[in-house]
Design a protein around this ligand. Structure first.
Ligand SMILES: [Fe+2]
Length: 145
């Protein structure tokens, strides 16, 4: 399996997670509930982003793909980490809810950017053989083989 297919599958499940977290955030009655939701969300996406940083991005850089796309992705990841930290640091329910909803918005936008721009760049730059090799690394890291 190509790594882009594995990551895309993770996106599909993540969109479901985002919807569930958003609904639970709307229903949350305390700041503790909101920060717990933020922790679940940020841990789930942190492992996804780590796979991109450690498996996908180095392969793109090796093939000379060092233009703006990777900078945009890295900047998005940084913003996502900062928003996740801001959810943990929130001091009121309204603040925590507002930041968590902003984090969800940023995540959806970022994932769409990856699907529209990053994954097509990977397909063009890396080719099927490399994408399949990286897919095997991805599966190993996810404990699938
Ligand atoms: Fe990403």
């Amino acid at each position: 399996m190509k790594i882009t297919e594995g990551l895309l599958g993770e996106h599909a499940l993540s969109y479901e997670l985002f919807d569930q977290v958003e609904a639970a955030t709307d229903d949350a009655a305390s700041l503790g509930e909101v920060t717990a939701l933020g922790r679940v969300l940020s841990r789930a996406v942190a492992s996804h982003m780590a796979l991109e940083h450690e498996v996908l991005f180095p392969a793109l850089i090796e093939r000379g793909q060092v233009n703006g796309a990777l900078d945009v992705m890295r900047a998005d990841h940084k913003e996502i980490e900062l928003l996740a930290a801001a959810v943990s640091a929130a001091t009121t329910l309204a603040e925590g809810r507002g930041v968590l909803l902003r984090l969800l918005y940023t995540l959806r936008e970022h994932f769409e950017k990856e699907e529209q721009f990053l994954f097509p760049i990977c397909e063009r730059t890396l080719g099927d053989q490399k994408l399949n090799e990286l897919g095997a690394d991805w599966a190993k890291r996810r404990g699938l083989m």
